[in-house]
Design a binder for this molecule. Structure first.
Ligand code: BDP
Length: 687
C-alpha cells in the first residue's frame, strides 16, 4: 500500500547544506529500554536520521565509548548521563508529555539529551529533534523545555465503522478497517507517527453519530450507522489491537458511544441514567473495556442532538447523563467528553447551548469534559466564539475545532484553518485578557479536532489540507505559536527549504481563509449560505442562500440577524465589555456585523460604503484572491515534484471555478433581495 509521507519525509539533506552538528550528535544514540514508546523512538531515529543523514544511527543500550558525540534519550531514573546533564527536578516538574532537550559534555564526548518524566514525552522530544534536523537547524547549543498547554489533544474521527464511510470526510474511506482488525494495516502506524509528531495524545476512532437519526431510518438508501456496535464484546478484541498500536506513540484510544447502549447492546429496557441497572451496566462495560485496554481514554457522547438518544427521554438532564458514564470510567482513570452541540428548541440556535449548559456549571463530575464547538452555530467560515467558554468556570471544558473542511471547500478549495483557530483561541472571553486557551488549561481540559484523514494517497484529499492537521496539533500543543511560524515549519518539512517555495506556499496558505470567508459569506458575518443537500449528510459545498432565511435574515429591507438583547439575545450572553461591544452597531466588528445585527441594505459602514456594496465587493475580492493563489501555485512548476504540483494545480483550477459560482450566486441573491445594483456594474441585473 502506497501513501504520502506528509511532513515526515526525511529527505536526504546534502552534507554542505546541513549544520555539522547533525552528524556529530546523531550517528550514535543511546536509548533506554523498556516501554513500548521507546521502541517507537528507536524506529523513528532509524527512519529520520537514516533518511536525513543518509545513514542510520548506531543504537546503543549503554552509553557509547570512544565517540565524538551521541544522543541520549531516556527518563532520568534510567540514565545517569541524563541526570548529569539535566537537573532531575526540572524534568520531574513537567506535565505529562513535557520534555527537555539539552546539550552538554559527557565522558569526553558531546552529548544531546532528550528526557521527560514520562515515555510519551520522549516520543515528542524525539520528533522535535527530528524536526530541527529536517528544517536544517543547528543542534549544538540546545536548551529546550516544552510542555503541552492543555492536557488532552484529541482527534475526533467521524468515521463510520464497518461501512467505512467518513461523515464530512473528503479524502476517501475511513483508514480504519474494522472487518480486518485485529489485523493491523501498516498505515495505522504511519498515522500514529503523524499524530505523535505534532503532540496529539488521543484518538476517538468513530463518529459521534453512532446510529441513524430516526427520521432517516425509513430511507432504505442509507445503510445503518452502526458505530454503537464498537462497544459490543466482539468488537473489543479489534479495539485492543488498535489501542496497542497507538499506545506505542503515546496516544490513547477513545470511543464515541451511544447513550442507549444498555438497550441496544445490553438487554435492558431503559437507558435512564438514574436507573441502578443502567448504572451497573455501564460499570460492567467499563470494567470489561479496561481489562483489555488499561489506558483507554474514555467516551465521547453526542446526546439529545440531531436524533441521537440521550437523557431527555427519561426527563433527566445532561448532568445525569454524563455523570453515570463518568462514574463507570472513574475508577479506571477514564473521561467522558460530553458534547454541548444541542439545538432545535430555540428559534435562534445560537443561544441554546449556553442556555442549556451554563446553568449546569459545577454539577458535572471531575472526569467529565463539556466539549464545546468553537462557535454557536456550526463550524461556519467565521463565527463569533461560543459564549459557553466564559460561562462554565466550575466545569472542565474542551474546545472542538473542525480540521476537515466541511464548510470551507471540502477536498477542493484551499482553506487553511490555522489563522481561524488563532482568532478563536486568542479570543478574550471577559474583556480582561482571559483567552479561550486560558479556559482550557486545567487537567481534564483540552482541544479536540474533527478529523480530516481518509484512505486517499495524500491522506487529506488536498495536499495543502495536510497543513490543517499539522497546524491543529501544533496549536493544541502550544496555542501561543503564531500562525506564520507553524506555516513555515510545515512548508519546510513538506516541500523543502528552498526560500522561494517556502515563501510562496506560506503566502498561499495564509491568504486562503480570508478569501474563503469573502466569497462564501460576503465577509460580514452571515451564516449558512450553503446548500444543505436534500438528504442526510449531503452537500454543504455549493451555495444556496435561499434555503436558510432564518440564518442570514435577508429581506427586502435589509439583512442580518438581530442577536442583541432586543433580538435573540446571543450578544448579552457574553460577559461585559464583550457583550456591549457586540450589542452596539457602532462597536461591533465589521466582520461579524450581520451576525449580530439586522441592518438596512444601505446602512453605511465606517468608510462610507453601504452594507450591500461591501457584500458585493467582498465576494468579488474573494474570487480575485483565489485567482492570485492559483497563479502563485502555478509559479511553482518545476520547483516541487510534479505529482504534488499537478494534483494541487488541478484543485486550484476547480477552486477558481467554484469560487466564481459562489460569488455569482451570492451577489445575485443580494441583488434580488435588495434591488440595489452594484456601483461598479459587475452584478448581473435581474433577468
Ligand atoms: C454538523 C455536521 C454533522 C455532524 C454535526 C455534529 O453537518 O454531520 O453530525 O455537525 O457535530 O457540522 O454533531
Amino acid at each position: 500500500e502506497e501513501y504520502d509521507d506528509c511532513w515526515l519525509r526525511y529527505d536526504r539533506i546534502d552534507e554542505g547544506d546541513r549544520p555539522a552538528s547533525h552528524r556529530r550528535y546523531c550517528q550514535h544514540a543511546y536509548v533506554s529500554d523498556g516501554a513500548p514508546e521507546l521502541g517507537a523512538v528507536r524506529d523513528e531515529l532509524r527512519r529520520g536520521i537514516g533518511g536525513l543523514l543518509g545513514r542510520e544511527p548506531h543504537l546503543w543500550h549503554h552509553p557509547p565509548r570512544t565517540v565524538d558525540g551521541f544522543l541520549a534519550i531516556g527518563t532520568p531514573d534510567e540514565m545517569a548521563v541524563v541526570r548529569d546533564i539535566v537537573a532531575v527536578e526540572t524534568v520531574e516538574s513537567l506535565a505529562d508529555g513535557g520534555y527537555c532537550m539539552r546539550t552538554g559534555r559527557w565522558n569526553g564526548a558531546d552529548c544531546l539529551v532528550v528526557t521527560a518524566p514520562t515515555d510519551r514525552g520522549l516520543v515528542y522530544g524525539t520528533f522535535h529533534l527530528l524536526r530541527l534536523l529536517a528544517t536544517g537547524r543547528p543542534i549544538d547549543d540546545l536548551d529546550v523545555i516544552e510542555e503541552p498547554a492543555t492536557a488532552d489533544r484529541l482527534i475526533d474521527h467521524w468515521d463510520n465503522p464497518f461501512r467505512k464511510s467518513v461523515e464530512r470526510g473528503y479524502a476517501g474511506q475511513s483508514i480504519f478497517d474494522w472487518e480486518l482488525l485485529p489485523e493491523l494495516r501498516p498505515r495505522y502506524e504511519d498515522y500514529a507517527r503523524l499524530l505523535a509528531s505534532v503532540g496529539i495524545n488521543g484518538v476517538v476512532v468513530n463518529n459521534v453519530n453512532t446510529q441513524l437519526p430516526p427520521r432517516e431510518s425509513a430511507n432504505p438508501a442509507h445503510d445503518e450507522l452502526e458505530g454503537w456496535r464498537l462497544l459490543e464484546t466482539r468488537s473489543l478484541e479489534k479495539l485492543t489491537s488498535l489501542a496497542g498500536l497507538f499506545r506505542r506513540y503515546g496516544i490513547r484510544t477513545l470511543l464515541s458511544v451511544n447513550f442507549a447502549a444498555p438497550m441496544r447492546i445490553g438487554e435492558l429496557d431503559t437507558a435512564d441514567p438514574l436507573d441502578p441497572e443502567v448504572e451497573a451496566w455501564w460499570k460492567r462495560k467499563a470494567d470489561e473495556l479496561y481489562e483489555r485496554v488499561p489506558d483507554f481514554g474514555g467516551f465521547l457522547v453526542k446526546a439529545d442532538s440531531e436524533g441521537q438518544p440521550g437523557p431527555y427521554e427519561y426527563d433527566r438532564d445532561h448532568v445525569d447523563g454524563a455523570n453515570v458514564l463518568a462514574r463507570a470510567l472513574e475508577p479506571h482513570g477514564g473521561r467522558v467528553w460530553w458534547r454541548a452541540f444541542v439545538y432545535g428548541s430555540h428559534e435562534d440556535r445560537a443561544v441554546q447551548a449556553a442556555e442549556t449548559f451554563a446553568p449546569l456549571d459545577g454539577e458535572f463530575h471531575d472526569n467529565v469534559t463539556v466539549q464545546i464547538k468553537n462557535g454557536p452555530i456550526d463550524f461556519q467560515p467565521r463565527e463569533p466564539v461560543s459564549t459557553l467558554f466564559g460561562a462554565m468556570p466550575e466545569t472542565n471544558v474542551g474546545c472542538e475545532l473542525q480540521i476537515t473542511q466541511e464548510y470551507t471547500g471540502q477536498g477542493v478549495h484551499c482553506c487553511y484553518h490555522v489563522p481561524m483557530w488563532k482568532e478563536i483561541l486568542e479570543f478574550d472571553v471577559d474583556g480582561e485578557g482571559t483567552a479561550v486557551t486560558d479556559v482550557l488549561g486545567d487537567e481534564g481540559e483540552g482541544i479536540a479536532g474533527v478529523g480530516a484523514v481518509g484512505d486517499d494517497y495524500n491522506w487529506t484529499g488536498h495536499y495543502l489540507s495536510q497543513a490543517n492537521l499539522y497546524g491543529f496539533g501544533r496549536l493544541a500543543w502550544n496555542p501561543d505559536l503564531d500562525a506564520e511560524t507553524i506555516t513555515e515549519e510545515w512548508v519546510r518539512l513538506t516541500f523543502g527549504t528552498e526560500p522561494a517555495v517556502v515563501e510562496t506556499v506560506s503566502d498561499i496558505l495564509m491568504a486562503s481563509w480570508e478569501a474563503t470567508i469573502k466569497y462564501t459569506t460576503g465577509g460580514l458575518g452571515l451564516m449558512h449560505m450553503m446548500d444543505n443537500g436534500s438528504e442526510f449528510l449531503e452537500n454543504h459545498y455549493d451555495p444556496s442562500p435561499e434555503e436558510w432565511p432564518g440564518y442570514h435574515g435577508a429581506t427586502a429591507d435589509g439583512i442580518g440577524v438581530d442577536r442583541t438583547s432586543a433580538g435573540s439575545g446571543y450578544a448579552p450572553q457574553f460577559r461585559d465589555p464583550v457583550a456591549e461591544r457586540y450589542e452596539s452597531v457602532d462597536t461591533c466588528p465589521e466582520e461579524l456585523l450581520l451576525f449580530f445585527h439586522h441592518l438596512p441594505w444601505e446602512h453605511e459602514l465606517e468608510d462610507g460604503t453601504t452594507v450591500v456594496q461591501r457584500l458585493y465587493d467582498n465576494c468579488f475580492e474573494g474570487v480575485e484572491t483565489v485567482r492570485e493563489l492559483r497563479a502563485d501555485w502555478a509559479s511553482l512548476e518545476g520547483e516541487i515534484d510534479h505529482e504534488r504540483y499537478r494534483h494541487t494545480m488541478e484543485r486550484f483550477d476547480e477552486h477558481v471555478e467554484h469560487a466564481a459560482i459562489w460569488r455569482d450566486t451570492l451577489v445575485s441573491f443580494f441583488y434580488e433581495h435588495s434591488g440595489i445594483p452594484d456601483e461598479r456594474g459587475r452584478v448581473p441585473r435581474a433577468n
